[in-house]
Design a protein around this ligand. Structure first.
Ligand code: NAP
Length: 282
């Protein structure tokens, strides 16, 4: 077991969550992989990565079912994040979708329920639906995903819109656009940014530009990519790993401290933004 505990971050509502969690996109798609996926998530929870991110979209509900199995008997030890599709973002739609997610997750509450991305439904309506779910105890908090700065400003302008507890967005060494405006905007308001695809869906594990820093730390390239996302306050990373060795590596990445020289080297290889870039999404 690692000797350190995972750093936590406080949500605006007051809950402390680990800055390193686990993603589940791609899980629950093939029954042959199910045992390994459940085992990976359980191992991650054992190692302190108790925040689990999922969505009704992933595997058409299959990923939520995998999470439900993985957390069976340890519900209170985990913080579940799930997401509603924009096609279900009406007031009635979120209520119905949430019931289905709760059933698949085999739980009575979702800790943090996110709008997966913004589409046509007025934000005020989705927020009203989320607030009603909160009132009914079906969700504890709500937030958004794939919201650019202008979307966050719109959200802050609707009733109860400032109750959002996170914005989950694409962020890794090759996707640094949010550093220009969205990340500072969220940070100024103490809204955690949840970085998805922190190892660019595995691509950074093979990226030659990380080799030297990785060698210096006796770490893998993927671990450096993850340590880089975690280097700063206000960011939570949710790598997905269905292999036990990846889960262990990700947990260990939390303990890597990048030096100023490492960070400069990485800035040269992966340039920070110098102008506004529209938010990218996967
Ligand atoms: P990711 O976490 O960047 O990468 C996952 C891939 O990297 C998997 O193929 C995994 O392999 C591999 N990997 C993980 N740890 C590794 C390690 N230590 N060494 C080498 N390879 C490693 O990409 P992601 O799944 O797209 O993003 C993470 C999570 O964010 C998702 O699962 C999902 O929960 C969330 N997400 C949200 C949105 C959104 O729109 N809100 C979009 C994308 C993702 P194995 O699985 O084989 O172990």
């Amino acid at each position: 077991m690692p000797s350190t505990t995972i750093r936590t971050m406080r949500l605006p509502a007051g809950d402390d969550v680990p800055v390193l969690g686990q993603g589940t996109w791609g899980m629950g798609e093939r029954s042959a992989h199910r045992i390994a996926e459940v085992a990976a998530l359980r191992l991650g929870v054992d190692l302190g990565m108790t925040l689990i991110d999922t969505a009704e979209m992933y595997g058409d509900g299959g990923a939520e079912e995998v999470v439900g199995e993985a957390i069976s008997g340890r519900r209170d030890a985990v913080f579940i994040v799930s997401k509603v599709l924009p096609s279900h973002a009406s007031r009635r739609g979120v209520a119905a979708a949430c019931e289905e997610s709760l059933r698949r997750l085999r739980t009575d509450r979702i800790d943090l329920y996110l709008l997966h991305w913004r589409l046509g439904t007025p934000l005020a309506e989705t927020v009203a639906g989320f607030e009603a779910l909160k009132g009914a105890g079906k969700i504890r908090h709500w937030g958004v995903s794939n919201f650019d700065t202008a979307d966050m400003i719109d959200l802050a302008g609707v009733a109860d819109g400032r109750n959002a507890q996170t914005n989950q967005v694409l962020y890794n060494l090759t996707r640094r656009g949010i550093e220009y405006d969205l990340l500072p905007w969220c940070r100024d308001r103490a809204i955690p940014v949840m970085a998805y695809s922190p190892v660019e869906q595995g691509a950074l594990a093979d990226d030659e530009r990380l080799a030297k820093v990785a060698d210096r730390h006796g770490a893998s390239r993927s671990q450096i990519a993850l340590a880089w996302v975690l280097r700063q306050d206000g960011v939570i990373a949710i790598p997905k790993a269905s292999r036990a060795d990846h889960v262990r590596d990700n947990r260990a990445a939390h303990d890597i401290r990048l030096t100023p020289a490492d960070l400069q080297e990485l800035d040269r290889a992966f340039r920070p933004p110098t102008a506004k870039q529209p938010l990218e999404m996967l």
